[in-house]
Unconditional design. Structure first.
Lengths: 445, 939
């Protein structure tokens, strides 16, 4: 399914029958990556990761190898895998956990070996019932197989892995909130500094928090080496990326593509990928990297899917979730839906996000239902400015974590790109778009 | 990246703890490591700040105010409300940082008034008001509200919010005393953090998310905490209100006087507030050495007890079996007659004075003098057999609360501090939690501090001394707990700061059902530890002031013994003192029961309720020929008096107070005395006059003037300064025992509603009542607070006087401890609870219902042996008496021990206790009389 000849690094097994079982996994060379890693020194594993320049796949795009290098060497060291993927239109980790749990376990073990972790926690979004069930079953198989636990494959390396289901809070995907949650507390993001759990993390101990997709790269990397991995992609964006394509495309779904080689146009329109806009409608806008990223318009379709290229046009690659919107999409309703999500998931710890989010949601609802005023556009922008001063990208923030600043982009981009449509809501006293999805139905979501 | 070098050696490696706050909310910043000073610029002003200090603290010290809600200097910062965002210029340009969370760094440029900072402040305030109901006109907080004040100062002029606000049911009772209005709440988390971090009662927390975030209790579990009033005190909006104060007053009608709480002996500083002449609210004053602004709920709301219908407001004289209202003249004459006839029969030995812990220092001195001169007796005792001998308590080396909190090791040999001295519990808990202070308990049953103790050494009631002796002994042996405690003792010596005690023993009575002898012996053993000092854990009000001022047998004012101080005081008082050392309360009651006490004066004492031997107390009070009670309330004892003289209560008179440390603080007068009641010093003075002795006092200032002149302990204490704001923290006597620092200014943003004289640049109202210029400057003292240690010769007019007598010393001791006679059955432990059947609690409508049901707590095996169900009523029988009470199994209670709270209605443990016995053996029977349980599992 790649548009280049690049291998599918993390998704190659997803379509195999019973891909989540050890039997299926071993048939495809499963756990050979771990064996290869255990034959190296931890530093050699780390060097491969550095060479490969794997960027964190959770959204922030921080170099995984550099993160590992920041680890404060003290005992105990924890590794936590962040599988709390909960954002609307983001579903790549879901597929990886559900379809290839052994790859995740193997990747986590390779990482644990490289950083000499004493304990691995697989933190999985609680609503992923099937994924949790398969992951736990896979873990049990891996224990029985000797790949996890004491003296892995008869060697000196021992580490335990546990699966920890989340309890339904999106904010626990924020790495410090995830650690609080693991500690049994309310999932409040920790205030920075210190900036990195690698220094002070779970229970105050140095902790690496890596995304599911990030560590799922490691088995392939161990077998093929950092150089082969780094040969894929361009610039900072090496290897491949799982892209979760959603919205008004004919073929939504997960596509693993070589980084920095494919443009949004190809992703959305290539018949092997998105296959074009539904009903061959006109593309109005697309969200390039998760619903917290600023929207791009058709003029940006030729931007390459790469961290730096997307940043250059004022947005981000984020977690790799791309949402296409056709001409029937109402920018107010879309922003309302996105703000509504972030506000409802706001932990309530700090004021701008807790109150500002609720206020934005109410203003957008008012505009969408025809009760808006022209002054509301300035008000929206100023409320956004009080959450994220300047409403720039990357965002400044008055908040503790970036959940609050995730709200303004959809509002600001909508007003910037579709100011006339916002004003049409105000002047016509109703939403001017076909009522195929009325706000009333949305509000029950 | 800060790299920690790998630990080496055998020391157990401790995980770094910066995030392990108990707080359910937020995260505190890592502890500042650096020492030294840095220079930063705030709003263009260069200031010096301590390295690692938070920006908001540095700004506060420089007098630059940064608005705040969640920040409270007695709790860890969490950076939640975002009100304190300031603009900080750094290498990456100007950014907004929460001033409460970020430490200053060298060269930092901070602006609190730049466009960026002001935009953030306005933005946050507008957000906070989005869902705030703005019901200020009907809100208790209106007029003293940080949200109101800061909105005025930093907020936008008007709201742009036109939508519907959030709605909740309101108010909801989260405890019997505290109401929550969630609409007004701004989610600053002060209350949640206090409950978890300071009080250790994490019973409230945030629930839900987004703008529906609410403070909530757990299902079926109210916020029952001894410290719940503090969350009302620190709430920066009207979300948390106190039931006793709701809708009682508007802030601008309140008058305020600073004083000291006398409910227990910790001596928390408080601001008394009244409206229309009625005491209506108390707010804790942030006193660095004592209470840090916190109060317990009994102290906060116990003032109701002084206002209630139970107060005696008119002198009462017995006619037959009735007390009838009288005049002061008649009542004093009746009292004088009764006392005089007793003295005529047996001399001073036939008269006794019991009690005095309720009195202010000046009253205690006046009564100490009156007893020795007018009544000719040394039979005076402020303690009711539930304390410790004055020589021991006053003679041991003393520690302050700060020293205890800073010591590497604290050993408790005393009551359940959480119940009896609640704010001391907060300080000790904080020390254990935040500073790693080690705590070793020597106790007959677990206490409120047990969960924080490194070691809890449980002893059989009556046998504390053997545990103490094993601790002090060299070598090993005595059990694992003893060995571990010894290791703590050894380590404490290495960790002590120079000049400070390395071990502080909190010393009181662990149980009222065991004699004081075993505890005294244990204390004397512990006195042999290197670097040890003692902090008293006697509970009752101003008992330390009473002891320091001579209300103890054989003790004269100023911690001086009768023998050593005789010449000094005879010279100063111009009269002879009693020849013989007098009796303690137990001795007095014993003598009275034999008919040897012709007249008994009860100074606010209720031996029938409080003396730990109800039988002896009753025989004593009945056996005394004539009883004069000086009291505020009708109590079991005072209603049996022949003459009852009404005394002015705390808050109705000024004076001074002495706390567990020996710290003398000011008692302010807020309201006029109830009815015809008089201050106690005046009663002593008038009564003495009718007995032909002029004490020489017409005004309370004259009492203090004499104390300062003749008491070796109180010389140089600047009485007039105590009433002012700079010395509101008080001074530990003798002067020089502790460095005197100027007190912290009151901060209405930390404790909204407190009226800060410093902030408003007005003279403290309590100064209006102070002595100001009538007290001469202490000799050799510069005016102001340049205090020097006492010990020099007294004032100029006594140039030829001999040197003042030395302070009390602990008497010699042969080291022999007689263990209690071993009897079959359980040994009883009885301690006070915060909520009890006492006069104050039961006269406070808000508190009276909080007293728990009495229960005998025993190890479940004892219930099983008895065949009783958990909670079944049983009969507890001792040699002295018996009572019926529910028995509850509790695996924490050591086998062979039974715990029964003191002074709960329905089960007065005093009825079981023999004051003369080293321990109280009890037998538990089924209520129907069958199945008496012997001591099968005892020993």
């Amino acid at each position: 399914m790649t548009i280049t000849d690049a291998p599918r690094i993390v998704s190659s097994r997803l379509r195999r029958p019973r891909s989540w079982t050890l039997e299926s996994y071993l048939a495809g060379g499963g756990y050979d990556g771990l064996r290869a890693a255990l034959a190296m020194t931890p530093q050699q594993v780390h060097d491969h990761v550095n060479t490969a320049n794997i960027l964190g796949r959770g959204g922030a795009g921080f170099e995984a190898g550099r993160k590992w290098g920041m680890l404060r060497k003290a005992l105990p060291v924890y590794l936590t895998i962040n599988g709390d993927e909960s954002e609307p239109a983001t579903f790549k980790d879901h597929a990886l956990i559900e379809g290839d749990p052994h790859q995740l376990i193997e990747g986590a073990l390779i990482c644990a070996y490289a950083i000499a972790a004493d304990q691995v926690f697989l933190y999985v979004r609680g609503e992923f019932a099937l994924a949790i069930e398969r992951l736990q079953a896979a873990l049990n198989e891996a224990y029985a197989y000797g790949a996890v636990g004491a003296n892995i494959f008869g060697g000196d390396f021992s580490v335990d892995v546990v699966v920890h289901p989340g309890a339904g809070a999106y904010i626990c995907g924020e790495e410090t909130a995830l650690l609080e949650s693991l500690e049994g507390k309310r999932g409040y993001p920790r205030i920075k500094p210190p900036y990195f759990p690698a220094a002070i993390g779970l229970y105050g101990a140095p902790t690496i928090v890596n995304n599911v997709e990030t560590v799922s790269n490691l088995p392939w990397l161990m077998l093929h080496g950092g150089d082969e991995y780094a040969a894929l992609g361009e610039g900072r964006s090496k290897g491949t990326k799982m892209l979760a394509l959603a919205g008004h495309v004919k073929r939504p779904g997960n596509y693993e593509l070589e980084w920095a080689k494919v443009s949004f146009r190809e992703l959305i329109y290539d018949p092997r990928l998105g296959g074009g806009i539904r009903d061959d409608n006109e593309l109005k806008a697309f969200i390039p990297g998760g619903v917290s990223s600023p929207w791009l318009g058709p003029e940006h379709l030729d931007v390459l899917l790469a961290n730096d290229a997307i940043a250059a046009v004022g947005s981000m690659a984020g977690s790799g979730s791309v949402v296409a919107m056709d001409h029937t999409a109402c920018p107010v309703r879309a922003a309302w839906r996105i703000v509504r999500f972030f506000h409802r998931e706001s932990c309530g710890q700090c004021t701008p996000c807790r109150e500002g989010g609720g206020w934005l949601e109410k203003i957008l609802e008012r505009i969408e239902t025809g009760q808006g005023r022209e002054a509301d556009l300035d008000l929206l922008m100023d409320v956004c400015d009080n959450i994220s001063p300047g409403v720039t990208w990357p965002p400044a923030q008055t908040t503790i974590c970036v959940l609050g600043p995730s709200m303004p982009p959809s509002v600001a981009a909508g007003i910037r790109m579709f100011r006339d449509e916002y004003l049409a809501h105000v002047r016509e006293g109703r939403c001017p778009f076909p009522p195929d999805r009325l706000p009333r139905r949305l509000s029950r979501v | 990246m800060s790299e920690q070098s790998p630990t080496t050696g055998a020391e157990p490696r401790l995980a770094p703890r910066p995030y392990l706050t108990e707080s359910a909310v937020g995260t505190a910043p890592p502890a500042a490591q650096a020492d030294g000073a840095v220079t930063v610029t705030i709003d263009g002003r260069q200031i010096q700040a301590k390295a690692g200090q938070l920006i908001i603290e540095a700004a506060d010290e420089a007098g630059i105010y940064i608005p705040r809600f969640c920040y409270h200097r007695r709790m860890k910062p969490v950076g939640m409300c975002r009100m304190c965002l300031v603009e900080v210029s750094g290498p990456r340009g100007a950014t907004l940082m929460p001033a409460c969370y970020n430490p200053v760094a060298e060269g930092m440029e901070i602006r609190t008034d730049s466009p960026m900072a002001k935009k953030a402040q306005e933005g946050v305030l507008e957000f906070l008001l989005v869902n705030h109901p703005l019901d200020c006109p009907v809100c208790d907080k209106g007029g003293e509200c940080p949200l109101q004040d800061q909105t005025l100062a930093y907020g936008p002029g008007e709201s742009r919010f036109v939508e519907e606000k959030r709605h909740w049911d309101k108010p909801i009772a989260i405890s019997p005393l505290v109401y929550l209005d969630r609409e007004r709440c701004i989610q600053c988390g002060r209350c949640v953090r206090f409950a978890a971090e300071v009080a250790g009662d994490p019973l409230i927390d945030f629930a839900e998310r987004g703008d529906m975030t609410e403070v909530a209790t757990f299902p079926e579990e109210p916020y029952s905490s001894y410290f719940s009033g503090n969350v009302v005190q620190i709430c920066p909006v009207g979300a948390l209100t106190a039931k006793p104060y709701r809708f009682k007053a508007r802030p601008w009608d309140l008058e305020q006087v600073e004083s000291t709480c006398t409910t227990c002996a910790v001596g928390c500083r408080v601001a008394l507030q009244s409206s229309q002449g009625e005491l209506i609210r108390m707010i804790g004053v942030d006193s660095d050495p004592v209470n840090w602004g916190w109060l317990c709920d009994k102290g906060r709301w116990g003032y109701e007890g002084w206002k209630g219908a139970g107060r005696v407001t008119v002198p009462l004289v017995r006619e037959g079996d009735q007390l009838v209202e009288s005049s002061w003249g008649e009542a004093l004459a009746a009292a004088a007659n009764g006392l005089r006839s007793a003295m005529e029969k047996r001399g001073g030995a036939g008269v006794a004075v019991v009690g005095g812990a309720r009195l202010a220092n000046e009253d205690a001195y006046a009564w100490a003098k009156a007893a020795r001169l007018a009544l000719g007796t040394d039979n005076v005792d402020a303690q009711l057999g539930d304390g410790l001998p004055a020589e021991v308590l006053l003679g041991l080396p003393r520690a302050t609360i700060d020293q205890a909190a800073a010591a590497p090791l604290v050993i408790t040999l005393g009551p359940d501090i959480k119940d009896e001295l609640p704010v001391l519990y907060l300080r000790l808990r904080g020390a254990v939690h935040e500073q790693g202070t080690q705590l070793v308990e020597i106790t007959p049953a677990p206490t409120g501090l047990t969960r924080y103790a490194s070691e809890t050494l449980l002893y059989r009631p009556g046998e504390a001394a053997s545990v103490a002796r094993a601790l002090v002994a060299a070598g090993s042996g005595g059990g694992d707990g003893i060995d571990r405690a010894r290791a703590h003792i050894a380590r404490a010596g290495q960790k002590a700061a120079p000049g400070a005690p390395s071990i502080v023993v909190i010393l009181g009575r662990p149980s009222l059902a065991e004699g004081e002898g075993g505890v005294v012996a244990a204390a004397r053993e512990l006195a042999g530890l290197p670097g040890v000092a003692f902090l008293s854990a006697l509970r009752r009000g101003n008992v330390h002031g009473a002891l320091d001022l001579g209300l103890a047998p054989g003790v004269l004012p100023g911690r001086v013994s009768l023998e050593e101080g005789r010449a000094w005081f005879e010279r100063h008082w111009g009269a002879g003192l009693p020849a013989e050392r007098g009796l303690t309360t137990a001795g007095i009651l014993e003598a009275a029961s034999r008919g040897d006490i012709g007249a008994l004066v009860l100074l606010g004492a209720d031996p029938l309720a409080d003396f730990p031997d109800a039988d002896l107390a009753l025989r004593g009070v009945l056996g005394a020929g004539f009883v004069v009670a000086v009291d505020t309330h009708l109590t079991e004892s005072s209603r049996r008096a022949d003459v009852l003289l009404p005394a002015a209560a705390w808050s109705e008179r000024r004076g001074t107070f002495t706390n567990i440390e020996g710290r003398v603080t000011w008692l302010g007068q807020m309201v006029t005395a109830a009815g015809m009641s008089w201050p106690d010093w005046m009663i002593a003075s008038e009564l003495s006059a009718r007995l032909g002795v002029d004490l020489g006092f017409a005004r309370i200032e004259e009492v203090w003037e004499e104390i300062a002149r003749v008491s070796p302990l109180h010389r140089g204490l600047p009485y007039d300064l105590l009433a002012g704001v700079s010395h509101r923290d008080g001074i530990v006597a003798p002067v020089g025992a502790e460095p005197v620092r100027p007190a912290r200014a009151l901060d209405p943003m930390a404790d909204p509603g407190i009226q800060s004289a410093e902030l408003h640049k007005v003279v403290s109202t309590s100064l209006l009542f102070s002595a100001t210029s009538t007290v001469p400057e202490p000799d050799g003292q510069a005016p102001g607070n340049a205090l020097a240690p006492a010990g020099g010769p007294p004032g100029g007019e006594q140039e030829e006087a001999p040197a003042p007598p030395a302070f009390l010393r602990v008497p010699a001791w042969d080291g022999v401890v007689a263990p209690p006679v071993d009897t079959p059955g359980l040994r009883l432990v009885s301690r006070r609870t915060l909520w009890d059947g006492g006069t104050l609690v039961q006269n406070s409508p808000s508190l009276a219902g909080l007293a728990p049901e009495p229960a005998l707590r025993v190890h479940p095996s004892a219930l099983a042996a008895l065949g009783a169900a958990d909670g079944e009523a049983v009969r507890v029988v001792s040699e002295r008496g018996s009572l019926s009470v529910a028995a509850v199994g509790d695996p924490e209670i050591p086998r062979g021990t039974a715990v029964l709270a003191w002074n709960l209605a329905g089960a007065r443990a005093a009825g079981l206790v023999d004051a003369a016995a080293a321990a109280t053996a009890v037998r538990v029977e089924l209520a129907d009389g069958s199945g008496g349980q012997g001591g099968g599992d005892g020993g």
